[in-house]
Design a protein around this ligand. Structure first.
Ligand SMILES: *Cc1c(COP(=O)(O)O)cnc(C)c1O
Length: 367
């Protein structure tokens, strides 16, 4: 447990146990928030200071605050689960803390020490533990973020920042079980280029992705698949998730994920699956996959399944692919066997239903 002390100001208008229970019936995703939040301020003069657990509330802003004009804003996303023994744990939060520091560095923002990042998670989840559902299909989604707070229109890194942690109970990301999604291959728009901000979890990457997502929807597709910025040929990611390609079947299956080219977001789910797949006896590697290889491998039957992965939706099968020139069904168009095995194995570790051989779980609240 962290040694940092957070001043605590409990809310006087917190929801009753009955109100929380009603919310947890069908929380959706990112719609409702818990009674508290954590804030930590940074200034050039004082560094990180004023770590505080406070009632969830609006953050008043000057219209000239730097973030509204030049977009120094980064975030993270992780989930807390209630385990069968009653304790509450999250998954590999040290990796999120490190990635938050790398995102900050890319946007010329100060790095938050991992101890403060983890301390914030513990403080908020302890306070609002009633919001962690007692159901392995549900979780408390944790959203740490940081933005510049300096007032002024000068273009340079701001001299003050605010870190905030909020939490939102989450149901199944896709209601009604796991369904294969349809994807649109975007050749018109790119998400990121090497040297850009694609490796950072920054707010602006999402703003830049919305138009392509709208184009995918106009093509009757659920999600957009990003290709490399240079040749528009190499597969990179799907929406806000990483991708995996499954070759072969059964015992001989091998999974391949696009290598980190400098434009991909290094997902913690992606990284965990490289290890977990090997634990299950599958081959697992990073590589380059072109759209021709995807189409031809699918046609020959060599490529059997494709899935996307990330914290929010865990693992989601890809069922159909569409581009300006071609469209095809991935395998049978259903949720593949390897995909579903990996999904269950990962969820079992995250929710405390399986042994945690790699020490990925991190207890936030003792049983
Ligand atoms: C957050 C994110 C992911 C998934 O990362 P996880 O650590 O697995 O949640 C993948 N791609 C993008 C663009 C993301 O923002």
């Amino acid at each position: 447990m962290s040694t940092t002390t957070f001043t605590r100001t409990p809310s006087t208008t917190a929801r009753s146990a009955q109100e929380v229970a009603a919310l947890l019936e069908d929380p959706g995703f990112g719609r409702v928030f818990t009674d508290h939040m954590v804030t930590i301020a940074w200034t050039e003069a004082e560094g990180w200071h004023d770590a505080a657990l406070v009632p969830y509330a609006a953050i008043p802003m000057d219209p000239a605050v730097n973030v509204l004009h030049y977009g120094q804003a980064i975030f993270e996303g992780l989930k807390a689960y209630r385990l069968p023994d009653g304790s509450i744990a999250t998954f590999r939060p040290e990796a999120n803390a490190r990635r938050f520091q790398r995102s900050a560095a890319r946007l010329a923002m100060p790095g938050l020490p991992a101890e403060l990042f983890l301390g914030a998670l513990e403080a908020l989840v302890q306070q609002d533990s009633a919001y962690v559902p007692d159901d392995p299909e549900k979780s408390l989604y944790l959203r740490p973020f940081m933005f510049s707070t300096e007032v002024g229109l000068g273009v340079r890194p701001a001299n003050s920042y605010l870190f905030v942690l909020i939490a939102s109970p989450a149901g199944a990301y896709f209601s009604g079980g796991v369904h294969p999604v349809s994807v649109w291959l975007s050749t018109e728009y790119v998400r990121a280029a090497p040297g850009g901000t694609g490796e950072a979890k920054c707010a602006g990457n999402y703003a830049a992705s919305l138009m392509a997502q709208a184009q995918a929807a106009a093509q009757d597709c659920d999600q957009v698949v990003w290709l490399d910025a240079h040749e528009h040929r190499w597969v990179e990611e799907m929406g806000g998730m990483n991708l995996y390609f499954v070759y072969g079947t059964g015992e001989n299956a091998r999974i391949v994920t696009p290598e980190l080219s400098g434009a991909l977001l290094p997902g913690i789910t992606r990284d965990s699956l490289l290890t977990l797949a090997k634990d299950l006896g599958f081959g697992a590697e990073e590589g380059r996959i072109s759209i021709e290889e995807w189409r031809e491998g699918n046609a020959s039957g060599e490529l059997t399944e494709v899935f996307a992965c990330g914290t929010a939706a865990v693992i989601t099968p890809v069922g159909t692919v569409k581009s300006a020139e071609h469209s095809w069904t991935v395998g049978e168009g259903t949720s593949g066997e390897v995909t579903m095995r990996l999904r269950q194995a990962l969820l079992d570790i995250q929710t405390g239903r399986a042994e945690d051989a790699h020490h990925w779980r991190h207890t936030l609240v003792e049983a």
